[in-house]
Ligand binder design. Structure first.
Ligand code: HEM
Length: 389
């Protein structure tokens, strides 16, 4: 409450010019002592440029608020130009908690090959003009590719009849970690997609009031699901790491694309090379990047300084890595449900039929048969109902 009040007050004072007047006496002095000539002339369409063509007037860039308002009443662009040059005003907030509280807006920056701009505006443009359109297009391409794959090639089936003999595929710990993670992921994916792309497909249908409330609720849901995802992700990484280490047969599997197109599946261990790519690329690398950038934006990582610029970088890293992760996991979810008959039952019950294991993970079944891997790793005993494959 105090913070909000101080920031609002600061804004109000700066906006009305009171802050400036209380610092230095005289008619319409600058907000803070900064050589106005150090502030380059702003170009048109800039948020600080209230009258776009005024910058060509002689002395425009060095005018004070008072001088400007004589020529153009009500125009306080000189004050905003100084605010935008990165000067720091007074704030009662502790520096440790709010290092930038004294700065109303981010300073101007000039990126190579681009015009002088406000850093916040630059970030907004990157989000709206690059990340969202290209990321959205990529997601749609992946969805269409999965639909085409399903339509033309179809799900992978087990050729042999079920044997009725069950093999334990996942222990209860593995399944609970996986499903906690999958549920948190789905909640994060839905809320994230609505926050990023909802204005394109939901706003026109729901209207601004309803969409505003939905986005507000989902933003809070997103912030709570993040930590649950983090904990379950770490358990998933730990429990599945050993069987995702590179092993014999992986290279052959990769070179032949798993034999998916030819219909002759290539032998693999407990997880095939495709699953290992999902694990290391999607779960390990992208998962940790997504989690780190998300926790940073939630200000949950201790000992770090949270500033506007680092928040913007974290946001861009979060958005890009999430789109990549979503693309990978759309493929994973398809393969785990419609794409491989019987795989979902394995993750649901913990057991698969021997015929399923032989078809999809022949090397793993061979290791179980030879006693190299225990057939039963959990205490719970075999499922009473044979798994339908
Ligand atoms: C949201 C819906 C999801 C569904 C329906 C789903 C389904 C499945 C299924 C059926 C399997 C077993 C595959 C097999 O027996 O080889 C599996 C394995 C696995 N899933 Fe998921 N999953 C989902 C989300 C996730 C998420 C969000 C993660 C992690 C970020 C994840 C990580 C894994 C891992 C690590 C494995 C073991 C195989 C491997 O290491 O690649 N899953 N999933």
């Amino acid at each position: 409450m105090n913070k909000a009040f101080s920031v609002a007050l600061l804004l109000l004072l700066a906006g009305s010019g009171v802050l400036a007047q209380s610092k230095a006496p005289g008619p319409n002095p600058p907000l803070v002592a900064v050589a106005a000539s150090a502030v380059p002339a702003v170009q048109s369409q800039n948020i600080l440029d209230v009258k776009p063509d005024a910058s060509s007037e002689p002395g425009y860039a060095t005018q004070t608020n008072g001088e400007r308002s004589k020529v153009q009443p009500g125009n306080n662009a000189p004050m905003w130009r100084q605010v935008g040059s990165g000067v720091t005003g007074y704030s009662s907030l502790p520096k440790s908690e709010a290092p930038e509280a004294g700065n109303l807006i981010q300073p101007y920056v000039q990126y190579p090959g681009s015009r002088l701009t406000n850093a916040g505006e630059a970030w907004r443009q990157v989000r709206n003009r690059i990340i969202l359109p290209y990321g959205g297009a990529l997601l749609l391409i992946v969805l269409v590719a999965i639909a085409l794959f399903h339509w033309r090639i179809g799900p992978m089936k087990v050729k042999d009849e079920p044997t009725g003999r069950l093999v334990e595929r996942f222990t209860p710990l593995e399944r609970s970690a996986h499903w906690a993670n999958a549920i948190a992921f789905s909640v994060l994916a839905i809320s994230g997609v609505v926050m990023a792309f909802g204005k394109f497909f939901l706003l026109p249908v729901l209207g601004s009031t309803l969409f505003g409330w939905l986005a507000y609720v989902l933003k809070n849901v997103h912030n709570f699901a993040g930590p649950l995802f983090t904990v379950s992700l770490l358990i998933v990484i730990a429990t599945f790491m050993r069987d995702n280490l590179p092993a014999r047969g992986d290279l052959n599997w990769m070179l032949k694309g798993g034999g998916i197109l030819s219909g002759q599946e290539i032998e693999s261990g407990r997880f095939n090379a495709g699953e290992k790519v999902t694990y290391w690329g999607g779960v390990f690398v992208l998962g940790l990047i997504v989690v780190a950038s998300g926790l940073f934006m939630d200000k949950l990582l201790p000992g770090l300084v949270y500033e506007r610029a680092s928040m913007q970088v974290a946001h861009m890293v979060h958005a890009v890595s999430n789109i990549a992760m979503l693309c990978m996991f759309l493929g994973h979810i398809y393969m785990g449900t419609l794409g491989t008959k019987g795989a979902y039952e394995g993750m649901k019950t913990g057991y698969v039929d021997e015929a399923w294991a032989r078809e999809h993970h022949a090397l793993w079944l061979a290791d179980i048969k030879s006693g190299k891997i225990p057939a039963q790793r959990s205490q719970s005993g075999a499922a009473s109902q044979p798994v339908q494959v």
